[in-house]
Structures are given as C-alpha cells and as structure tokens.
Design a binder for this molecule. Structure first.
Ligand code: SAM
Length: 328
C-alpha cells in the first residue's frame, strides 16, 4: 500500500503554454507576483502582495525541470494552481511531470498528423503542439503539426473540447467522439496511445488503485490488459502511414505495461515495428521479464519515490518502412 509520506514527495508541475505565452513571459509574471527561481538563489520580495506575506517563503519557490524543457517545478504544497497565470491566462498548465514525458520524447516532425487515441482531457495533445512551437518557432506556423484527439466517452469528450478551447488549441487540434477501435486514418504519421488503466501509479492522499471496486484484482487486470493489447494492435496494424506509436499508462503493474508490449511486439514484428529507446537520458527503464535486456532498456518507467512524480510507463514503437513506402 501507498505510505502517507509519498503524497508529500510529489511536486506540483506547471507547463509553459507556448500557444499563448513563452518561458520568458511566464518567468517574468511569476517573479513580479513574488515567486522566486530557487536555482538562481534570488528572492523577489513583493511588499504590496498581501497573500505573499501570509505564506512561508517555501511556497513561492520554483525551479526549472531538467528533463522536460517547458516545465516549472513547485513544492508539494504550492498554491500555484490558484495563480492567475493558471486560472485566468492559461499561460501555465498544471500537468504532472510523468504525463509530460510522452510529448517531450515523441519528437513529432513539422507537418505531421498525430492521432491521440485516448485523448481526454487533452494534456498530451496540447503538450505535443506546445512542444512543436517551442522547438520550431516561426517554422511551426508555416507547416504546423496537427493533432486529431479522440475519445469515445460523452462526458470525457465534452471535457476534452472545453479544455482545448480554454487553453487556445482549437486551430491545431481537431476532436472526434469515436471509439478508436472502430476508427481509422490513412494519413497519420504518429499515434499517442494512453488507454484507460488501473491508475495504480497515481499518488493521492486517499489512495486506492481502483481495481478492488470493479472486481477482484486479477480479473480486472486481465480485462484491462486484454483491452490495452487490442488498442495497441489496432494502432500498430491498421494505420498504413504511421511510423511512430507511443504506448503509455499510469499503472505500475507489468500486466498493463511490459507484458502488453511483449505480447503485441511478437505479433507486429513482421510489419517492421521495433521498440526504440525513448528519452535516452532517463535513468529508470522497463523491467526484464518478459522483455529482453534491449527491449526493457527501451522503455521508460517513473518511480514516485525517486522522481517526485506519479508512477508511469512509456514505450515507443518505430518503423522506418511503412507498407505504403514499400509499394512505391
Ligand atoms: N491522454 C489523456 C491525457 O493525457 O490527458 C488521458 C487519457 S485517459 C488515461 C483514457 C481516456 O481514454 C479516457 O478519457 C477514456 O474515455 C478514453 N477511452 C477509453 N477507451 C477508448 C476507446 N476505445 N476509444 C477512444 N477513447 C477511449
């Protein structure tokens, strides 16, 4: 079970929204409202901000994350989520670091069409676009990356649309309320697959991994992993121009992670798919059993005790030749 101190170990993360802002602008707004960049060793004192005086200095510290380029890190009890940059201006989006790893490593090329197969509330879709603007600057606007964000659930689909609109992403993200398993796209080059999972990696104050309410643990895990394999097979087999697919979960169980990858990999090797080393500098990798050493080393895992973020898993599949390029 999750020990109580673990929740205190998880930081709050704010991602700079490059659709309507920039790192410079966010840093300057933060500093003028009393926040201080702890890495610079400076403390900005804003006397006129009354809230500033009621909270200890600790609440006003932040620093730059060293793995995700657009991410600012705030201490666990920070009130940053109430800041006008987050609530009103949406220049800073609260998003857990683990969830940011997908778009950070996806490396979508300019002009690509990327499908986010299980998209709501849209964090990974929005981060992918924001990252494209951050990385390519002016060139992005001449040849933008486009995302099709899909979700089959009515309420989740409404949430997805609301979030995308509120954060200013409508021009880059199209949404569709469909079941990914019954849907296809002949043109997309990339797929982000972040399917429903046990959520067992999520660190919360009143923790439950959501498995016991819905049936016995082994049965529920079996159902989830059956569904996850089906989704991954569809992503890898039925999109002819697709050459990069990420598979991610916020689960710590290998039944939803390495075992899914292992089984599906055996079935799609003939289609040219290989696991590729995702975020090469990241220290924590997938587990051996059932994967071999190279395959395990290709996968990324996060450990809440060491990484100050939720438990997460990412694997990335790539192929250099697609069935369509073979025919040319
Ligand atoms: N990727 C999202 C993000 O980062 O903001 C979180 C996705 S959440 C883990 C999984 C989502 O997948 C849920 O909103 C669920 O409704 C959706 N989903 C589950 N099965 C689906 C399917 N067959 N087709 C489309 N969406 C599905």
């Amino acid at each position: 079970d999750q020990p109580a101190w673990l929740a205190e170990n998880i930081y709050v993360y704010g991602r700079v929204n490059y659709v309507n802002s920039s790192m410079e602008s966010v840093l300057s707004s933060l500093e003028s409202s009393g926040y201080c960049d702890a890495t610079r060793g400076e403390q900005v004192i804003v006397e006129k901000d009354s809230k500033r005086k009621q909270l200890p200095l600790e609440f006003y510290k932040f620093w730059l994350d060293s793995d995700v380029s657009s991410l600012l890190v705030f201490p666990c009890h920070s009130r940053i989520a109430e800041h006008h940059l987050v609530r009103l201006r949406r220049e800073l989006v609260i998003q857990d670091k683990a969830s940011c790893l997908v778009a950070q490593g996806f490396d979508a090329q300019l002009g690509w069409k990327v499908v986010d197969a299980c998209a709501s509330p849209g964090n990974k879709s929005m981060h992918l676009i924001s990252k494209g603007i951050e990385q390519h600057g002016e060139a992005f606007y001449h040849n933008p990356i486009k995302v099709i964000a899909i979700d089959r659930d009515k309420k989740r689909f409404e949430l997805l649309n609301r979030t995308i609109r509120n954060c200013g992403y409508e021009s880059y993200i199209d949404t569709q309320k469909v079941d990914f398993l019954e849907w296809n796209d002949k043109e997309c080059q990339g797929i982000i697959l972040d399917p429903s999972c046990s959520g067992s990696g999520l660190i919360k104050r009143n923790w439950t991994d959501g498995l016991d309410e819905k049936g016995t643990r082994p049965t529920r895990l079996k159902q989830l992993s059956f569904f996850q394999k089906k989704m991954l097979r569809h992503a890898l087999c039925d999109f002819p121009k697709c050459c990069r697919v990420t598979y991610s979960t916020c689960s710590i169980y290998k039944e939803e992670n390495e075992m899914v990858i292992y089984e599906v990999l055996q079935q799609v090797k003939d289609l040219g798919w290989k696991l590729t080393r995702f975020l090469p500098q990241w220290p924590r990798r997938g587990s051996l059993d059932p994967l071999n050493r190279e395959e395990a080393a290709a996968c990324v895992r996060t450990d809440p005790k060491l990484d100050h973020t939720n438990g997460f898993f990412v694997a990335c599949f790539e192929r250099t030749k697609t069935p369509i390029s073979d025919k040319k």
